[in-house]
Design a binder for this molecule. Sequence first.
Ligand SMILES: NC(=O)c1ccc[n+]([C@@H]2O[C@H](COP(=O)([O-])OP(=O)(O)OC[C@H]3O[C@@H](n4cnc5c(N)ncnc54)[C@H](OP(=O)(O)O)[C@@H]3O)[C@@H](O)[C@H]2O)c1
Length: 343
Amino acid sequence: MAILCSSFCPCISTHLRGCPVFSRSRLTRFSVSIKAFSSQTSASTTKDEAPARVGFLGLGIMGSPMAQNLIKAGCDVTIWNRTKSKCDPLISLGAKYKSSPEEVAASCDVTFAMLADPQSAVDVACGEHGAANGMSPGKGYVDVSTVDGATSKLINGHIKATGALFLEAPVSGSKKPAEDGQLIFLTAGDRSLYDTAAPFLDIMGKSKFYLGDVGNGAAMKLVVNMIMGSMMASFSEGLVLGEKVGLDPGVLVEVVSQGAISAPMFSMKGPSMVQSLYPTAFPLKHQQKDLRLALGLAESVSQPTPIAAAANELYKAAKSRGLSDQDFSAVIEALKVKLQHQT
Ligand SMILES: NC(=O)c1ccc[n+]([C@@H]2O[C@H](COP(=O)([O-])OP(=O)(O)OC[C@H]3O[C@@H](n4cnc5c(N)ncnc54)[C@H](OP(=O)(O)O)[C@@H]3O)[C@@H](O)[C@H]2O)c1
């Protein structure tokens, strides 16, 4: 399996980010205009090149800042979102709007999609007025949603049937890295589309891995998020137990942060968890979805994952208590309630 990281690939310096330009004759590696955060991309393009037209479908917590970074880098961005009002801030920054994924894909060279889950990713790519209807040879579709490998392969099939190229590229990183252009892309699929899309990935992220066949990016993302979900559940247990035996939870967070089990996630979310505050960066419903998909992946190869299975039960309990749209750190609340019931 080929694994490439951006550190081994030529990429745009974060100081010199500008929108790629596109040779209309065929989908090929973009040359890059070095015009950071300028809206006048045409000034630096050559005669047979035009600014690449980039589509973006799905403007939630992650999609909005990602699309915004493309716009700020001077890219020609066309957007669509199921709830149209979420498009308005980006339109005021210069984005074009189309009323369906099909129209976005038809008017763009490369279209990105950042949808909630497998069902919405399939609906937007393959449904009525879905992106596949607007795809054709010379175009590319990059799905950055977190889905399972089977979903990714299904979308790949629909896109490839049009003659276009497909790349799965789920991201590691949350709301703040999305805002800061610091995401990590876990890509797999058409290598030439990876090369083509690389300048855009470099605008939205700090690194990228090419992992080979479609499904490998999804698997990598699900394994990472399975670990993360279990870590947060375990951290929550520790906080609740510590408090119950009379420890100061703030001090516990500090002790954890200074030791071998320190993690940015604990330092970042611990202080607000202690105050029972869960400002949403990664919705709890998506963390439970990722655990569910990771357990399915484990099931497919008969791999025991008892820790993740237990963590998944806790996230399900949190969902049933109305915490779906809170940050996933709100999983601690389900544990508190559980312990209260036990006493
Ligand atoms: N947030 C994070 O920290 C994070 C980090 C890494 C990866 N991810 C993954 O990235 C993806 C998006 O996450 P997010 O946090 O941005 O989620 P989000 O805020 O819930 O946004 C979800 C997006 O999907 C759209 N959508 C949902 N159901 C749809 C349907 N049936 N048809 C069409 N569009 C639909 C939503 O449209 P509406 O606006 O109309 O609801 C919205 O644009 C998920 O797969 C998530 O697991 C998230």
